[in-house]
Design a protein around this ligand. Structure first.
Ligand code: PLP
Length: 439
């Protein structure tokens, strides 16, 4: 037996020894009195500092056309900012709206508009149809699911693969069932798996026949520019693909500068067909007389151009990439070859997806919590927080410092190994006291 022999291949005596070693390592971890938090994908203070020039901007009160940005108006947002992000998102400025500080709010208001008014292609408001169903690739973004849950929209899960959702399942769901109204996708460096929707899958999403005429792709490109390597993955151009397939109104693209400048004071963006843009603005005009154009001008001055955004993202990469490398190193050092965990190696975005032995994710999170390491609750990346295999854990290494990430992840590896050896031992009927029992 080597230290890398899979647990399942070990004799009962070897497994018992391994479990006792993990219990001892865990006791030491608890005694260290850590206070570390890997729960949410927030930018670190060091990343926020990269944008502090914003605090001295804008230097002007006028936009390019001479409009006073301090006043009401300009519901669609400043043209010069829309130009920068239209270039980055691969579309034209007339197809982009720049809004407030949260793309999640734009997603929320879009769904409310569908429910109350119906969309451009809707025969009637969604609220007059029951049930309303959404396809939710899993694991996915917890807030997408809580948003749907708050409106009692049914969530039908499909597997998220490294190149996008399980398309055979998606196509089968949308083909004959008009209650299936939408799909969530985080197409680039997805939350939490880091998957990137391939060109081929995007083309199938664009072209597939759907029973619902108003089936909508919610293309939440929150991490479109958040590369962790020099190989800058380009997002599939869902707007053009859908237009070319005769479904121009099918996709609505969301993005924001939340993880580019300030998470709490950035600018959110929505891109879609001209008809959908007009629809969105019509409903928005009832709720707002115009966005925060001072903040938008501040961002225009700060970035200067699309290349300015790209250069800024390279500075984020320099801060983030070592933290992701530290996660990988710690998991590799503690768990490689044991056959009890698999994890993603994202080339962008904010998360590492950790799959532990089935039935042990909740135990890992509880053990980590007791040792002072806060992890996202097990199951958070599934609708209603229910991971049917209790194996998925989302790791968010962006916020803590590099040394803290190293310490926390070594601790997480210990918790994963302890929970797995407890489970394998219990499945074999071996009786070895758990750390909690001994505590
Ligand atoms: N979409 C995804 C996939 C996210 O991971 C997040 C934040 O974690 C958001 C949207 C939130 O975006 P915003 O800050 O623009 O509301």
């Amino acid at each position: 037996m080597t230290t890398h022999t899979p647990l399942a291949d070990r004799s009962d005596a070897e497994l018992t020894r391994f479990l006792l070693d993990q219990q001892q390592a865990y006791d030491e971890l608890r005694a260290a009195g850590l206070r570390l938090d890997l729960t949410r994908g927030k930018p670190s203070p060091e990343q926020l500092d990269l944008s502090d020039e914003l605090l001295r901007l804008p230097t002007s009160t006028r936009d390019r056309s001479g409009g006073d940005v301090r006043n009401y108006g300009g519901l669609e947002g400043l043209l010069e900012l829309r130009e920068i992000f239209a270039e980055l998102l691969g579309t034209g400025p007339s197809q982009v709206i720049a809004g407030g500080n949260s793309s999640l709010s734009m997603m929320h208001s879009t769904i409310v508009d569908f429910l109350l008014h119906g969309g451009v292609e809707s025969p009637r408001p969604w609220s007059q149809e029951t049930p309303v169903r959404f396809i939710c690739p899993v694991p996915g973004y917890d807030r997408h699911f809580s948003l749907l849950g708050s409106f009692d929209i049914e969530m039908v899960t499909v597997d998220m693969h490294p190149d996008g959702p399980d398309m055979a399942a998606v196509e089968a769901l949308v083909r004959d069932d008009p209650t299936v109204k939408g799909i969530w996708l985080v197409p680039t460096y997805s939350n939490p798996t880091g998957a990137v929707v391939s060109q081929e899958i995007a083309a199938r999403l664009a072209a597939m026949p759907t029973a619902a005429p108003d089936f909508t792709i919610f293309w939440d490109n929150a991490y479109a520019f958040h590369h962790l390597t020099e190989d800058e993955t380009k997002s599939a151009d869902i707007l053009s693909l859908c237009a070319a397939s005769g479904h121009p109104n099918r996709p609505i693209v969301f993005a924001s500068t939340s993880k580019i400048t300030y998470a709490g004071a950035g600018v959110a963006l929505l891109a879609s067909s001209e008809a959908n843009i007009a629809w969105y603005l019509r409903h928005l005009s009832v709720a707002s007389i115009g966005p925060d154009k001072v903040n938008q001008l501040r961002h225009v001055e700060f970035f200067g151009s699309a290349d300015g955004v790209r250069a800024h993202m390279a500075r984020h990469r320099a801060v983030l990439a070592p933290k992701f490398a530290a996660v990988d190193e710690a998991l590799d050092a503690g768990l490689a070859g044991l056959g009890i965990a698999e994890w993603s190696h994202p080339t962008g975005g904010y998360f590492v997806n950790l799959d532990v032995l089935d039935g042990t994710a909740s135990r890992v999170v509880a053990l980590a919590k007791d040792a002072g390491i806060a992890l996202t609750p097990a199951g958070a990346s599934f609708p209603h927080g229910q991971d049917p295999r209790d194996r998925n854990i989302r790791l968010a290494p962006s916020f803590p410092g590099l040394d803290e990430v190293r310490t926390a992840m070594a601790g997480v590896a210990t918790c994963v190994a302890l929970a797995a050896s407890e489970k394998v031992a219990a499945d074999r009927g071996l009786r070895v006291g758990t750390a909690t029992e001994r505590a």
